[in-house]
Design a protein around this ligand. Sequence first.
Ligand code: GTP
Ligand code: MG
Length: 387
Amino acid sequence: MPTNVTAEYLAAEEEYHRAKTIPEKIRALEKMYATVPKHKGTEKLRLQIKRKLSELRKELEKQRQQKKSGGYSIAVKKEGAAQIVLVGLPNVGKSSLLKVLTNVDTDVADYAFTTIEPIPGMMHHRNVQIQLVEVPGLVEGAALGKGMGPQLLSVVRNADAIAIVVDLSHDPIKQLETLLTEFERAGIKVNRRRPRVEIKRTASGGIIINGVENIRGDVNEAKRMVYEERIHSAEITVKEPVTLEEFADALDESLVWKRAIIIANKGDSPGSKENYEKLVKEYEDRFKIVPVSAKRKIQLDRLKDELYELAGIIRVFTKSPGEDPAYPPVALRKGSTVMDLAERIHKDFAKNFRYARVWGKSVKFPGQRVGADHVLEDGDIVEIHAR
Ligand SMILES: Nc1nc2c(ncn2[C@@H]2O[C@H](COP(=O)(O)OP(=O)(O)OP(=O)(O)O)[C@@H](O)[C@H]2O)c(=O)[nH]1
Ligand SMILES: [Mg+2]
């Protein structure tokens, strides 16, 4: 135990030892993490706290899965080229946005919890259909079990990207802090890049770490973390400089990494200008912030453009042998494969797939023959050959 910790830290630690429930333990550990001085001498301690937090998060999720009676789930089936969730505190204007961006007619009212289940709607923009899903208002403690919190956050975990909605008639910083805390508690990393550490599990051979020089810290500690994750045989490649904390994040398979923007709504209300400026000052490095008014329909075209960007759409053209590419192109998410395309066109196509020929940025030469796992790029032309 480092001797140079603060009184606040010691109080949090005592709280942790007194804590009985998992949520109480998590809250105490979060305080410990926030109050431990950040320097080399406390690195191990910080890693231990993070590890404990991660374990408790998984335990909480396990308990929830076991309790879930009757298979009740509020998952929203994905439709369109991508699914983006609209999340925020209650009453910030999520339904109002859904109404002006999609064809969905849903209830809007000036009180919290008007919406009590996720509501999907389809946004058409630049010839692409993007699914928007309003997630009922999140509150502090949602991830720790408050209300429907855990189910709501699992809808967020499943989405392709996140649009965080804040209300500019109130302090947006507080709203954002609450939401980011709940995301963190739910293992959702927003606008953080997954550290480039590749883990290939192997049947035998123990742990091999390539690129150890990229680990900014004690390599033995890194190895210990691998064993603690119950990985006994794997080839791990550290492709960029990482701290031990980043290395731990890369190993933690319970984390999800999502792209997000902030929709700053109610830009028409008194005090919104000052609140917007505060928000920009604090968060513009990490988030694209789009000020709008759902009520007065201000800046909605720009918002649609930003949501389209967020969705990470590529368009690919399909063609039959000996013919020109077909129009319109098919919209897919970045990172989609030839098989994703085949599935979108027809399930028989996917089932009877043999190979494809591709022209465009994703291949070395025109008409190159590729397999089902080939990753496509924007503007590619694809000829699928099936039985
Ligand atoms: N001034 C102003 N009010 C807005 C705007 N957008 C929504 N509102 C009002 O804010 C209140 C809440 O709007 P909703 O769209 O129901 O908000 P919500 O986030 O879906 O609320 P819950 O579903 O209860 O969490 C309503 O009274 C809306 O009229 C806006 O751009 N400007
Ligand atoms: Mg609503």
